[in-house]
Design a protein around this ligand. Structure first.
Ligand code: SF4
Length: 469
């Protein structure tokens, strides 16, 4: 019977069906970091257990790592405690840690793919919501909670509820200056932040197929923001080419054998789906969020919605968002003054993101009232950017060039908004308080749009810079 990728990967990793309707799945790769692992290790210790598959467990440090001064001990005692804990836990349980002394330290969803750990047909788990990123390779990747981190450490298995599959087809040509970030923001706007509850999202269509792996990662990264449990793209030649030569990818004949198997894991042409949704790529424009969830977005040429034109819960949620943001209903989003510009996070901190931002800022100056940060997702991205001279372009323009980490995406480190600041951000969440200030305001957009906003000092249409629109 024809199957989609989710069904194939699910079946290949099923240990057994549980009496409560869940499936016990074997997890091929467990990625851990310093924030959601300490309690899980404590529970393992209490019971005298071991880590079942240390060779399938890889640790990094990202959330609490300062991106400015990384000398130890950290100024923040809690951050230092978490850092010390993951170092000890990895030592005690025999796990590989990509710590601050490693060339591969960085955001967990950036380093997995760049090290070749993330591969098609895998099941992957990590104690971070945006684990869906790894689905870009045709993996089924779950963001999990601390007790599930314990379960995977102890058994390399997870008990999971069955999922429906929605195929989201994006066909046609994306307009100039429109990026993967705009595609996923447009999808979430259309389907809602809860539209994907109970689903896996299969991203397909020729606009997705033309995307490179970094673009596919940006799309899959934000599946969770649309409520989907996982998101994936079927593996293809783009995937295989990206993996060839990566440190942990198979090599030689083993790579050829792996490629043959990876191909079989892609959805069959006549696979069945629980739902199919289509979007025309040509209708997507550069997107900006104006509210307090990633579904509250508009094209940069549009205006902020008016709750009076809506009804029921939708009207109430728009009203709440407008009150928090301090924006006027019906006013254009372009021209909104910003205080901070942030290019970073596991959504948009890879080399192609930095290249796009650098292209916009080259020879320009950051507006005098704007604090602007560029935070590479990993040491590898940082080194590649420096070898291309991108850091000099950013510094000349007035950006701060930082070390690798999550930085202002979640602000569990010194990079935080202050008071009511407005931040043009390439990250993935615009919830109240997300960037470190309970009253801070986040506008999500592509790295190119962040770069344009940093220069203009306000939200602007990047097409005016790039295409003279
Ligand atoms: S960059 Fe943000 S979303 Fe991504 S892993 Fe770090 S805190 Fe989580």
């Amino acid at each position: 019977m024809a199957k989609n990728l989710l069904q194939k990967v699910w079946d290949a990793h099923t240990v057994r069906q549980l009496p409560n309707g869940q499936t016990q799945l074997f997890i091929g790769l467990h990625l851990i970091h310093e924030v959601t692992s300490p309690q899980a290790f404590a529970m393992i210790r209490e019971r005298g257990w071991k880590v079942a598959h240390p060779e399938r467990t890889v640790a990094t440090v990202d959330h609490i790592v300062p991106t400015h001064d990384q000398s130890r001990p950290f100024a923040d005692a809690l951050a230092e405690e978490m850092m010390t804990a993951i170092e000890k836990n990895c030592r005690d349980f025999g796990l590989k840690l990509q710590g601050l002394d490693s060339d591969h330290q960085g955001i967990v969803h950036v380093i997995g793919p760049e090290m070749g750990l993330t591969q098609p047909g895998m099941t992957i788990a990590c104690g971070d919501s945006h684990t869906s990123t790894h689905g870009a390779f045709g993996a089924v990747a779950f963001g999990i909670g601390t007790s599930q981190v314990r379960d995977v450490l102890a058994s390399q298995c997870l008990a999971m509820n069955p999922l429906k599959v929605r195929r989201i087809e994006v066909n046609g040509e994306l307009p100039p200056s429109t990026y993967a970030k705009d595609v996923i923001l447009a999808i979430i706007r259309k389907l809602g932040v809860k539209g994907g509850v109970g689903y896996a999202y299969e991203f397909a269509g020729d606009a997705i197929e033309r995307m490179n792996m970094e673009e596919r990662m940006s799309v899959c990264n934000m599946s969770i923001e649309g409520g989907a449990r996982v998101g994936y793209v079927n593996p293809d030649e783009t995937t295989f080419k990206y993996l060839q030569g990566k440190m942990h990818a198979p090599s030689g004949e083993a790579f050829d054998r792996a490629t043959q198997w990876w191909k079989t894991m892609a959805s069959d042409a006549d696979a069945q789906y629980d739902d199919v949704v289509e979007l025309a790529a040509s209708e997507i424009e550069p997107m900006v969020t104006w509210g307090i969830n990633p579904g509250q977005s508009v094209g940069v040429g549009e205006s902020i919605p008016d709750p009076a034109s809506l009804s029921g819960a939708e009207s109430t949620s728009v009203q709440e968002a407008l009150e928090f943001m301090g924006f006027d209903a019906g006013s254009p989003i372009a021209g909104t003054r910003i205080d901070v510009a942030f290019v970073g996070s596991c959504t948009n901190s890879r080399i192609s993101d930095l290249r796009e931002a650098a292209r916009i800022v080259q020879g320009q100056k950051v507006a005098s009232h704007v604090k602007a940060l560029i935070v590479p997702g990993s040491r590898q991205v940082l080194e590649e950017a420096e070898s291309e001279g991108l850091n000099e372009i950013f510094v000349d323009a007035g950006f701060e060039w930082r070390g690798a980490g999550c930085s202002m995406c979640l602000a569990m480190n010194p990079d935080k908004l202050q008071g009511r600041e407005v931040c043009a951000s390439s990250s993935n969440r615009n919830f109240k308080g997300r960037q470190g200030s309970p009253t801070g305001r986040t506008l999500l957009m592509s790295p190119a749009m962040v770069a344009a906003a940093a220069i203009a000092g306000e939200v602007m249409d990047v097409r005016q810079v790039e295409c003279g629109v």
